[in-house]
Design a protein around this ligand. Sequence first.
Ligand SMILES: Nc1ncnc2c1ncn2[C@@H]1O[C@H](COP(=O)(O)OP(=O)(O)O)[C@@H](O)[C@H]1O
Ligand SMILES: [Mg+2]
Length: 268
Amino acid sequence: MANISTPVIELRGLTKRYGVGDAEQKALDSIDLVIEKGEFIAIMGPSGCGKTTLLNILGLLDRSNDGEYFLDGKSVENFSGTRHARIRSQQIGIVFQSFNLINRLTVIENVALPLTYKGIMRTKRLKQASEILKNFHLSEREYYMPWQLSGGQMQRVAIARALVNNPSIILADEPTGNLDSKSSHVIMEELSDIHKRGNTIIMVTHNPALTTYASRVIHMLDGNIASDTKIPIEFKQSTTKIPLSTHQTEAKPPKKPAKKRKTKAKKK
Ligand SMILES: Nc1ncnc2c1ncn2[C@@H]1O[C@H](COP(=O)(O)OP(=O)(O)O)[C@@H](O)[C@H]1O
Ligand SMILES: [Mg+2]
């Protein structure tokens, strides 16, 4: 039975193998991990170390070969695909590394899609989608097709879609990966708000500056957890002053970050 002290996620000896025989490789090598409700976890590590594999399993999109996965204290490894889908639609929001938008649907229809699985009526779905698109400064793009958007806009749509059904767990695979500094800020501020409302966020990132939003930073290496560090709250005061996209500043320096931040704060 779940209670206050039950971790939202617990992994015991979680192992994922790819390939067979000589070609066998452990993408995840007996991972033990406990995640409490309300944590904001940043996962870092070199390409190929297993970050996406881990998120896919946490998001019930893939299954491990060995070990156990407890979600809210319940072992979910052996649940059916249908049951996994139901848990996803009620509890988990996933932001993929590639946006995974559906090209034949408009922006607003893409965002409203997860609500379909919850059985919400169309008018209400579109209203909710429209609401969340506002947060991402995309109201004017509601009836665009995905291919008419910039990369940054597509990613914001993908994130809006992941958040539209108010998931309590958000899994994000490099949500600001290809974005300029301004778009990164919009997304990180939104994730930060969601975190402050008590939800759990697990975000893969290559950008060390983004870890300032996190309450815990996990480094992975070769399918293992190499380090796991909780960040004390007093350390996090200066969060928003740190430039978000160190790797992008050359291409697109943020013009007046201080002023923009003020505008955003005032709006709230
Ligand atoms: N579908 C797959 N089939 C075979 N090997 C895979 C598959 N997905 C991932 N891998 C392998 O598992 C390892 C971890 O991959 P991944 O989780 O994508 O790493 P990361 O997200 O950290 O870059 C890599 O060596 C990758 O080649
Ligand atoms: Mg990856």
